[in-house]
Design a protein around this ligand. Structure first.
Ligand SMILES: [Fe+2]
Ligand SMILES: [Fe+2]
Length: 248
């Protein structure tokens, strides 16, 4: 009954590869096979793997179907949150995806999944990522205020979805929570946010996120224990394609 997490697989079994880094950087070479082998050695059929977004480069469900089938064939129970690149997963499509992939994949949004007495809650999340204006040493001098305002609206929408997820679990009697987001819980300008506040409000034990990949981004957000919540980055390249164990 162990619980593992990882994110940013960026599969492209039936769609064009869009990111240059995936062609050039060593960590991405045969990453699908490295990850599949890690899963086969770590996970049993009773275990749970949460994949926190950016599953597929596919532009729609047809283009992503091969990637989803590949994920479904991994050992254990698979739970997915939305990533910003998951074009196959419009926000309103979650019930449809859960119906279509019932028994194979569970899509986590406005709902929750149980893992023993722990409720797994989650949503895509959001945070402000610029544009920033930097000086010659890379220090932030300012940023695009309009983009920041737009980001705030998306943050509010995602917070409402996360609250639905928490409340669904709470209504069923769950008191232990782990939060899964795709985006980091804080922007590089923040050390707290609506997401950290909500995790604290419900007494979540951990908050797991990805999206920050490439070495330059590994420390964009919170890591370790902050105000009672443990924060962990699980981007696939950060973990070298070995899912992180969260519960035994
Ligand atoms: Fe990504
Ligand atoms: Fe992402």
């Amino acid at each position: 009954m162990a619980l593992y997490a990882i994110g940013d697989l960026h599969l492209h079994f039936s769609s064009p590869l869009k990111a240059g880094a995936q062609r050039r950087e060593r960590v991405w070479k045969d990453h699908e096979e490295k990850f599949r082998r890690s899963c086969t050695s770590l996970l049993g059929e009773d275990d749970t793997l949460v994949l926190v977004g950016d599953h597929s480069w596919g532009r729609d469900l047809d283009e992503s179907a091969a990637d989803l089938r590949w994920i479904a064939a991994l050992p254990g129970r698979k739970i997915l949150t939305r990533g910003n690149h998951d074009m196959f997963w419009g926000a309103s499509k979650t019930p449809l995806l859960n119906e279509r992939w019932a028994g194979e994949l569970f899509f986590l949004q406005n709902n929750y999944a149980a893992c023993g007495d722990v409720a797994l809650v989650g949503t895509k999340g959001h945070c402000f990522e610029g544009p920033f204006w930097l000086d010659g040493r890379g220090r932030i001098l300012g940023w695009d205020g309009e983009a920041e305002e737009q980001a705030k609206k998306l943050v509010e929408r995602e917070l409402a979805r996360l609250r639905l997820s928490f409340e669904a679990a709470k209504a069923d009697g769950y008191r232990r929570f782990i939060v899964f987001l795709h985006y980091p819980p804080t922007s590089i300008l923040e050390d707290e946010s609506g997401f950290t506040a909500m995790a604290e409000e419900y007494g979540a034990e951990k908050l797991i996120y990805a999206h920050c990949h490439g070495e330059a981004r590994f420390h964009d957000s919170l890591e370790g224990l902050h105000r009672g919540v443990e924060y962990r980055l699980v981007s696939g390249d950060y973990l070298n394609w070995q899912p992180l164990k969260l519960l035994d």
